[in-house]
Design a protein around this ligand. Sequence first.
Ligand code: F0G
Length: 462
Amino acid sequence: MTAAYPAEPWRIKMVEPIRTTTRAERESALRAAAYNPCLLRAEDVYIDLFTDSGTNAMSDRQWSAMFRGDESYCGASSFYRLRDTVRAYYGYEHVIPVHQGRGAENILSRCLIRPGHRIPGNMYFTTTRAHQELNGGTFHDVIVDEAHNPADESPFKGNVDITKLTALIREAGADTIPYVCVGAPVNMAGGQPISMECLARVRELTLRHGIKVILDAARAVENAYFVKSREPGWSGRSIAGILRAMCDLTDGATMSAKKDSFANIGGWLGLRDDRLAEQARGLVVLYEGMHTYGGMAGRDMEAVAQGIVESVQEDSIRARIEQVGYLGRRLIDADVPVVRPIGGHAVCLDAHAILPHVPQPLFPAQTLLAELYLHGGIRGVERGIVSAGRDPVTGENRTPALELVRLAIPRRVYTRAHLDAVADAVIALHHARRSIEHGLRFTYEPPHLRFFQARYEQAAIA
Ligand code: F0G
């Protein structure tokens, strides 16, 4: 008998119909989508766990706040509400709105990265690394080794390996490293958190070398929850207090408000340095919009501001993390190989372990993903060799140790019964795994972020 998670601190006021499909309908939809569930029409998906980004249910407070959206081009009151809320909860003096997280990554990368620069980070994220590379930088993974092992149970598998970071600084020289990019938690490792102790050590080391620390704050509230529940000395602190303590150890943050902040769109770049902020505001007018809306409507900024306030509520974040944990526990109890411990935003299936007979060049995670859709109408996303892309210098495929199907849980959207339907489908597919006797190969491979738009055909295993 698996434990339940706490009852949600909300009730449902509006519903959106979803539909089940037949196996024959799914086969035809998947063929039309060239075996890439990203290319399916959403209406052909029963339970959509593609992402927790922008797919959240907003609260009645957020919808109400949208009505007071000030749509002035310059100096809208909604901007000041957003700026003041970010200042209050995240503590960054300068708040530059953007349409979503990658908008902030673009602006920051253009400001700070020059050809030949190196950007260390605790594992890559797809869009983040793409912007680093577009500006001539190279990404260097300095995450702890445990992060690459799905079965390792360490509580902070998102930690930076200080020895690796020290060696990179010594070898490359501090002047080639504009900043360290810290994900908290680490999406590509399965939502694994970084400890406060580790973040403080990163801060101390980089301060000595004059290197900035930039937080990827998309799910920082989830990280705060793990700090509170796992790290000695932090259980008595509030989530809001821990979030602020994390940000206090950094020079700035890129933020996708589509995650923690329950918004369907939006983001911001938070900075402390006056000159850097001026430079960033100069670029935001080129790429996003005026520096007091940055690609968001006034109403979007209102939704984000209210969402931030809700995101740090203790019962809200607890229900969120424990719901994800519930799905994870059901799969672990049925011996389905998943990334452990269960992360903040997703349960990740270990495709190497489930389909050991499908070699990595035939995309085992993408294959499993397609089969899961056929099996249960469930959509996840590939987080393996396809997402890792090619090395921009050699043109070779990168071959990550983690070959995962990520099932990301949107916030406040699905009930426990939905998660049980997901668990039942995954468990049934796991039992039938030996009947999967093929892999996939590209029929079209896009140059950037290829997992989104790639097309495939089935490929026999040699
Ligand atoms: N950083 C992290 C850690 C993310 O997970 C994402 C988006 C971004 C930055 C970029 O933000 O989408 O607002 O431009 N992650 C989504 C996902 C797409 O499904 O993991 P964005």
